[in-house]
Design a protein around this ligand. Structure first.
Ligand SMILES: [Zn+2]
Length: 329
């Protein structure tokens, strides 16, 4: 069965039970239609975990499509790839392609209640946030509305992280978005404050491995707080309130630069989704291919995580200083 589209995904997800495990967390009802909230996972839940999710902002459709495409090739490979099959005893991979199904199918950024899920978690910013963009409570008629309580979809994503961290102490997650900018960016916490990320040393060592392995990689890596601050970021919430003190958790956000697609095809600015997504077929395919090395790297780096999670106490200060110089100065 072909699972090319998110429409196929929500209708036929049972097929992933062949090599993986489908877990349904609930259902969203909108205009008399029901949409499942679910994950597909593979491997050993007690092992270091890679969590890939997309579709938090419905309009940024390419994020959900990329997550689905990674899921599909992973599942396909498990039918023949004995190396990958063996790896599954040392790794856990969780895919959540569609965090905001109503937003995806109605092509809106927010969910069905007009709430921006990336402003909706129960976290307040500690430093000033940009007007409106940082999240507000004025109402769903304006973008970036925080909502008045935690939405079902936000609760869903948090529950997935809670389940993962109840079984393992090592987690890296990749939340896939697309937005303005010419480059693909990888953001790490925090979104609510200019404070330095607590696990900056682990992050620094991980990306040092990445740079050594892929010296010409395409990403600009930086703290989200250097771009803009917000209230209600889901990853802030998970890091502050779900992670336990001893756990290593690197929540990464991939923000795919969409201006390059617009620059190459300026007419797409007139389409509703054109500011956030590649429209031409070859460019969609190129985008779906482009992030495979990062995915593969994270998979292997989690299995061999001793190189970045186990820091010798006598080197700790030195590494932390280097990390701060690289990312904050
Ligand atoms: Zn987004």
């Amino acid at each position: 069965m072909k699972m090319h589209s998110l429409e196929d995904f929500i209708l036929n997800y049972e097929i992933y039970n062949e090599f993986g495990r489908v877990k349904k967390y609930g259902e969203i009802t909108f205009k008399e239609k029901k949409y499942p909230l679910m994950t597909v996972s593979f491997g050993n839940a007690q092992a270091p975990t890679l969590f890939i999710n997309g579709g938090i902002h419905g309009l940024e459709r390419i994020g959900a499509q990329l997550t689905l495409s990674l899921l599909n090739s992973f599942h396909e490979r498990l039918s023949w790839d004995s190396v990958l099959q063996k790896m599954l005893k040392d790794i856990h991979v969780v895919f959540l392609p569609l965090a905001n199904p109503v937003g995806y199918f109605e092509t809106t950024r927010s969910n069905g209640n007009g709430v921006d899920l990336m402003r909706n978690a129960d976290v307040e910013a500690l430093d000033p946030v940009p007007y409106l963009l940082g999240g507000h409570k004025k109402g769903p008629h304006l973008p970036w509305f925080r909502g008045h309580s935690t939405e079902q979809e936000t609760e869903f994503v948090i529950s997935v992280v809670r389940d993962i961290l109840s079984a393992t102490d090592t987690l890296a997650s990749l939340d896939i978005h697309s937005g303005f900018g010419f480059r693909d960016q990888l953001w790490f916490p925090f979104a609510n404050a200019k404070n330095k990320f607590t696990q900056i040393s682990e992050l620094y060592l991980l990306f040092q491995l990445f740079r050594k392995t892929f010296p010409h990689h395409v990403y600009k890596v930086e703290p989200q707080s250097k771009v803009y601050l917000t209230h209600g970021d889901i990853w802030d919430y998970c890091f502050y309130k779900v992670r336990k003190e001893h756990q290593v958790y690197l929540p990464l956000t991939l923000e795919m630069g969409s201006w390059i697609w617009v620059k190459k095809n300026p007419l797409q600015i007139f389409s509703k989704t054109g500011l956030f997504n590649p429209i031409k077929k070859h460019r969609i395919h190129r985008t779906l291919r482009r992030h495979r090395p990062l995915f593969d790297f994270l998979l292997h780096a989690l299995i061999s995580n001793q190189f970045w999670t186990q820091i010798d106490p006598k080197n700790k200060t030195d590494i932390e200083q280097k990390a701060i110089a690289k990312y904050y100065e």
